[in-house]
Design a protein around this ligand. Structure first.
Ligand code: MN
Length: 743
């Protein structure tokens, strides 16, 4: 048997151990397929290439991932390195497996050379967004782990590049997915190539402590076990040195010697349930002296990646500090395997209904998926769709840009600089010329072609682009860059529209005051600004002319009223008493459409004020408003109180009188205070109905103190009718006050 088959048989044996029901016929077929396709390819180590996919499948199997993942691991380099296609794999092993392999291939093709720090987070996000299925990431992580384990065969430059990528992209992703064990191994391997000297220093320092270390670990482990057994606690205690990279970081970042580092040693106590965790903590603190400020309860407050444990640092009798982590078995699984623990639980508890919603709450949080995913659906597929509203693309220099999903080359160009967008004449995606509306995909390399003689953006671009940034910048361009042109176009549009409305430019620019007023009405400070806005589409010419015309009509009416009031005042000041001047000279009330006569002026616009709602018979007074004609108040209305009138408005208060209003009715309102009781509102309504009152609105509110307030709106012919209604309402049981509003 050749090496490949030997290794495969070993893998199959391990798979059977983990899962006796595994479909080894399918798995073997995948191995044979990959073996045949990789053929005589060799790794740098000189081994047949197939040993690499086999090793990755071994790691996947250790994580207890599902069978499709194992098969995909065996096939993971087939699309990239052989003539095999997605379709071939789909036909033989199903579309699920083919999608996984294709996903891994995409991630493999991505280049992650070292970049600025702020770029790294986008890069990691892009990595995860591209994967779509979390299993793709897991396979890619295992692939990287095996490549790191065999990195010694690569050239020095390649080693540095891969190690850096591992440290900056892969290890943080493993961390984010809660896969501590994998993360540690990746970090230690990467460090070994990134800082070989530092790595060896730490290794040497640890080596010198070896005897000491192992004796200490053994002794402490035994002590803790004995004590917990005495307490009747079922537990597993495990002591170890912390992983090299974490010690390295402390030694170099905090500039400490190995003996000064607190937690070079770590013990884990695994127990059945959460209450026991706290019991164990009590025992540990009883046995050893706890270091102040080092206790952390990650059970009560789990870490963002779902990690749970109690952490404490204590000092043993020898004066050596060490950390103790206390957790349940389940927490331990999650801590070691993160997302992958999902499959472990699934296999271990096949017959139980999993509390998956709760268990995977953290996965959901972790993946920042704010979508309305149904929890079951989520756990079933564990899709990595957390960045579905973003798309990540590269600039030609390898910077990563995050854009809204569906973004186009236009969005990309403006995200770099408005000048790039404004001078854009074409775009290339992955080296190929594309149209401006082409949606960008994760991992695309986008290049914008610009020209100094570009004519600038087109208005259509605002419809094509997806980001507000691009849209605003395009609008900005039309506003500024083409101001002269906009003004000319806008002016032409405006003047044409004026002509349609029967106005001329001379009419609106007659006086500076008039022009100012008209421009204020359309919210502009100068005519050019208005033209520019019309030119770039910020306001329609029709709207501007419409508003100005309205304003001119209003001003004309106001001017007429002022002139008439002035004429009247001059006349009355000269002693020509008009109406209702009293002293027996009262003229015969004349008919008026409004039911009111304003100092002998016919048909001026009149409105009855809402504050006091006067009706015929009330003593009234008028006020010439700006633009709404004469407002009629009751003389006892607080708003008409002579003591409160502004001196500068004195000329605008005018005498008015009621005229014969024919059958007209006048709207007014009443307010009733009453003791609250059942049926009160109904009785009020009945009383009004009995009087044939024209009620238009009734609203009642209970007051907290057992009283009620009822507001009525009704129409009456005159004060006489109103008075009799008030009297009638006063007789309704419980009512103690009926009064007119505003009076
Ligand atoms: Mn590979």
């Amino acid at each position: 048997m050749d090496l490949a088959h030997e290794r495969y048989e070993e893998l199959e044996r391990h798979i059977r151990q983990a899962n006796p029901a595994a479909d080894t016929v399918r798995i073997r077929a995948a191995f044979e397929y990959a073996n045949e396709h990789h053929g005589p390819q060799l790794r740098k180590s000189g081994e047949p290439y197939i040993t690499h996919p086999l090793a990755v499948a071994e790691i996947i199997n250790e994580l207890d991932l599902d069978q499709d993942s194992i098969i995909a691991a065996l096939l993971h380099d087939c699309i990239e390195d052989t003539d095999s296609t997605h379709d071939d794999i789909a036909r033989l092993f199903g579309s699920q497996v083919a999608d996984l392999v294709e996903g891994v291939t995409k991630l493999t093709r991505m280049q992650y050379t070292s970049r600025e720090d702020e770029q790294m987070e986008n890069l990691r996000k892009m990595f995860m967004a591209m994967a779509k299925d979390v299993r793709v990431i897991l396979i890619k992580l295992c692939d990287r782990l095996h490549n790191m384990r065999t990195l010694q065969y690569q050239s020095g430059a390649k080693q540095k590049e891969k190690a850096l990528e591992t440290m900056e992209v892969y290890a943080p992703i493993a961390h984010r997915l809660g896969m501590q064990k994998l993360k540690w191994e990746l970090e230690d391997l990467a460090l070994c190539y990134l800082d070989p000297v530092g790595f060896q220093d730490v290794e040497k320092a640890l080596d010198e402590l070896t005897t000491e270390n192992s004796e200490f670990l053994e002794r402490m482990q035994k002590q803790i076990e004995e004590r917990l057994n005495e307490e009747g606690v079922r537990c597993t205690v495990y002591g170890r040195l912390k992983h090299l990279y974490s010690i390295y970081r402390k030694m170099y970042a905090q500039n400490k010697t190995i003996r000064e580092i607190f937690d070079i040693y770590a013990f884990r106590v695994m127990v059945e349930d959460i209450p026991t965790c706290y019991n164990v903590l009590g025992c540990i603190h009883d046995m050893f002296k706890p270091v102040l400020g080092r206790f952390k309860d990650y059970i009560g407050t789990p870490k963002p990646n779902g990690y749970q444990s109690l952490h404490t640092t204590v000092i043993g009798r020898e004066g050596i500090p060490f950390e103790v982590q206390i957790r349940t078995w389940q927490m331990h699984q999650t801590a070691e395997y993160g997302v992958a623990a999902h499959w472990k639980y699934k296999q271990g508890m096949a017959n139980e209904k999993l509390g998956t919603e709760r268990e995977f709450e953290w996965v959901r949080k972790l993946l920042e998926s704010q979508q309305d995913t149904d929890p079951d659906e989520f756990v079933r597929t564990l899709r990595v769709d957390m960045f579905s509203d973003e798309v990540f693309v590269f600039t030609p220099n390898g910077d990563v840009k995050s854009l809204p999903a569906g973004a186009t080359p236009i969005d990309f160009a403006y995200s770099i600089h408005s000048a790039i967008g404004n001078s854009m004449t074409g775009a290339r995606v992955n080296g190929r010329i594309v149209t401006f509306e082409t949606p960008l995909k994760n991992g695309d390399i986008v290049e914008i072609i610009t020209s100094k003689s570009a004519r600038g953006p087109s208005r259509d671009w605002m419809k094509i682009c997806k980001s507000n940034e691009a849209r605003n910048k395009i609008r900005q361009w039309f506003k500024k860059e083409r101001r002269e042109e906009n003004i000319a176009t806008g002016r032409a549009m405006f003047e044409t529209e004026l002509k349609h409305a029967g106005l001329s430019i001379a009419a609106i620019t007659a006086t500076p005051d008039l022009l100012d007023t008209l421009l204020r009405r359309v919210r502009f400070g100068a005519l050019d600004e208005l033209y520019a806005a019309i030119g770039y589409g910020g306001m329609s010419a029709q709207k501007a002319v419409g508003r100005m015309k309205e304003e001119m009509t209003r001003l004309g009416r106001l001017e007429r009223q002022r002139a008439e009031a002035e004429a009247l005042r001059t006349a009355s000041a000269s002693g020509e008493a008009i109406y209702p001047a009293g002293k027996g000279t009262q003229a015969k009330p004349r008919h008026s459409e409004n039911g009111i006569i304003v100092e002998d002026l016919d048909n001026c616009m009149v409105k009855f004020s809402k504050c006091c709602t006067p009706v015929p018979g009330d003593p009234v007074v008028g006020f010439i408003t700006k633009g709404y004609g004469v407002s009629i108040h009751r003389q006892d209305c607080p708003n008409a109180d002579p003591a409160r009138r502004k001196p500068e408005e004195a000329g605008r208060w005018v005498k008015v009188a009621w005229a014969d209003a024919g059958d007209a009715t006048f709207r007014t309102s009443l307010e009733i205070s009453a003791k609250d009781r059942d049926g009160l509102t109904l009785d009020v309504a009945m009383a009004l109905s009995a009087q044939k009152a024209k009620l238009s609105n009734i609203s009642a509110r209970s007051q907290p103190d057992g009283y009620a307030m009822i507001n009525l709106e009704l129409s009456v012919k005159d004060k006489g009718e109103l008075t009799s209604l008030v009297n009638k309402l006063s007789t309704v049981p419980g009512v103690f006050l009926v009064r007119r509003a505003g009076g």
